[in-house]
Design a protein around this ligand. Structure first.
Ligand code: ARG
Length: 564
């Protein structure tokens, strides 16, 4: 189809501003009465040294309307355009249907690799509600980048290093055994960990033994390493269930311990470049010139730190994947950590430090305030998902008790609701999770979008027999049809922007907007009518809307049940 923004932009002449830039400023006005597209002229005030009102008037006077753009008006510093709605709508719908499920895909990323570090769970720790955002934001970005032609590499940077593993070995040896851990899984490991800390407060000498077990892991002791690998296996087996539910995958599980033998060259490089200084026995990179506390590389006892391993990991990723960008989907609590890492890489003279991005996000808490991770009281993500699925089943039983395949549908709706809820807002905002909110079929939710897809399916089924080739004979389109088409035309741009801003919420927002526009159209107009061309056109519009909603949901990791 014609890229209408580009088409309009090419008809506007502003010295020093290219058509692509002008196209990127074109907005869809808040109400369609204003126009179909609007150009905010304050964007050019600085450059042209003129007030927006005068710019808009001058541009309007110069603009020549044609068979595509039927009207131009200058209003309050905006240049408003009205399109030939019929031809716009028809070509927007065809553009979607021509590409089908591939609509929105592009090759802009061909030849470029994007590493995405997400979920990055800690071994032997419960997978709690706090991991929801990193997991679903990262997985959504992974799918979106792939759709745009990039090669995404999903990395689960496991937290599998530290004295806590020595403590766990101590605890298993003294108060449990491998068989019990195998049977009870992570729950047992968490119990042991909590119990260890209670005991260690009374008997601090326990820590020495625990430390020696950790050293033994590092020194390659067979038994300790087997136990350590066992903890990993138990944790990954349990988390895999959640990844399966959320449809999340990784290409690499190289965690912190993977870098054990890759830190020495980095430390040497830091030393050679004169970046290491001593501070109370520790080796640090001084960052006071950049208003940051020092980045600690080696503790006074010679042990490496989280930051040391992240430096080694960044260099390893650059060498291995030659990434175009390397993203870290990690909560804002680690803002400083990543600022320090990126700065140290810059000081080391790695020009690619600029390609590292901390994709920071807010906290998730439960509606009832529960969130405590201390004292072993955690909200497990698996429990939240299961409970949402149960509640989804209740809703389905109330709304549509005869639905076939109810259990599976409830699973898709429940998990979809959780994912959609976590991706609904700008990612940096804190989220309060509410079962009723994410499951509200009439709200701006996953279930609402899924329900709309199911509605499209039933409309399409009803119109199965229609001859769609008659659609081009349709003589006019309504505001509802046109508005829906404008949104459909915007899908490729939405994906691009979601990737550029690392914001899957653009896609959730988009899915809701299309669903709302479709429902408005659906309630205002009969789709299968006596008029063959109107019927054909409306069925095609319905099919196109379904593609855009379903694909948006799929990119977020949400399935669209056939019926609901
Ligand atoms: N495991 C860490 C945590 O739970 C997150 C790791 C993030 N990735 C990284 N490369 N530092 O806090």
């Amino acid at each position: 189809m014609t890229d209408y923004k580009k088409y309009i932009a090419e008809k506007i002449n502003i010295e020093g501003v290219g058509a692509d830039e002008i196209a990127s400023y074109l907005e869809i006005p808040p109400t369609p009465e204003v126009g179909d597209y609007a150009l905010p002229c304050f964007k050019f005030s600085r450059l042209l040294r003129k007030p927006p009102v005068a710019i808009a008037q001058a541009l309007a006077a110069d603009f020549v309307c044609d068979e595509v753009v039927s009207l131009v008006e200058a209003v309050n510093g905006y240049l408003n355009f009205r399109l030939n709605r019929l031809s716009f709508t028809l070509s927007a719908v065809d553009a979607v249907l021509d590409k089908g499920e591939a609509y929105g895909d592009s090759d802009e990323g061909n030849g470029k690799t994007v590493c995405i570090d997400y979920s990055s769970i800690n071994i032997a720790k419960p997978f709690h509600i706090g991991h929801l955002s990193t997991t679903v934001i990262g997985a959504a970005l992974y799918r979106i980048y792939n759709a745009l032609g990039y090669k995404a590499v999903g990395i689960n940077h496991l937290g599998d290093y530290g004295t806590q593993f020595g403590k766990l070995i101590y605890a298993v040896k003294h108060w449990s055994d491998i068989e019990t851990v195998r049977e009870k899984g992570l729950k047992e490991l968490t119990r042991l960990y909590v119990y260890y800390h209670e005991q260690a407060e009374l008997h601090p000498e326990m820590d020495d033994e625990a430390r020696s077990y950790f050293k033994a892991i590092e020194n390659g002791d067979k038994e300790c390493n087997e136990m350590f690998e066992f903890f990993k296996e138990i944790t990954l087996k349990e988390t895999q269930k959640i990844y399966d539910m959320l449809d999340v995958t990784f290409d690499s599980y190289a965690g912190e311990s993977f870098y054990n033998d890759k830190m020495a060259p980095v430390i040497k490089e830091l030393e050679d470049k004169g970046l290491l200084t001593e501070s109370q026995g520790a080796k640090v990179v001084d960052l006071s010139d950049y208003d940051m506390p020092p980045c600690i590389i080696l503790r006074s006892d010679g042990a490496s730190l989280y930051a040391t391993r992240d430096l080694a990991a960044a260099i390893y990723r650059k060498n291995t994947y030659d990434f175009y960008k390397c993203l870290y989907v990690v909560a804002y609590q680690q803002d400083l950590h990543f600022k320090q890492i990126f700065k140290v890489l810059e000081l080391m003279g790695k020009p690619w430090y600029k390609d590292m991005v901390h994709v920071s996000y807010g906290m998730v808490s439960m509606e009832d305030g529960a969130m405590s991770t201390r004292k072993g009281k955690v909200i497990l993500l698996a429990d939240v998902i299961e409970k949402t699925i149960e509640k989804a089943l209740d809703v389905i039983n109330a709304k549509n008790p005869d639905l076939e395949n109810k259990e599976q549908t409830a699973r898709d709706v429940g998990t979809g609701a959780v994912i959609f809820g976590a991706l609904s807002n700008n990612k940096i905002k804190d989220i309060v999770f509410s079962y009723d909110k994410v499951l509200n079929f009439d709200g701006e939710t996953g279930p609402y979008c899924q329900y709309t897809v199911a509605r499209c399916n039933s409309v399409l089924k009803k119109g199965e027999a229609a001859d769609l080739s008659k659609a081009k004979k349709v003589e006019s389109v309504s505001a509802e049809e046109f508005n829906l088409a404008v949104l459909l035309a915007d899908f490729p741009k939405t994906l691009k922007e979601a990737a550029e801003k690392y914001e899957p919420s653009f896609v959730t927002r988009y899915a809701v907007d299309v669903a709302k526009a479709f429902n408005k159209f659906y309630f205002e107009h009969k789709i299968v009518t006596d008029d063959a061309s109107v019927t054909a056109f409306r069925l095609k519009l319905t099919a196109a809307a379904k593609i855009c909603i379903k694909k948006s949901l799929a990119l977020l990791g949400i399935k669209s049940p056939e019926k609901m």
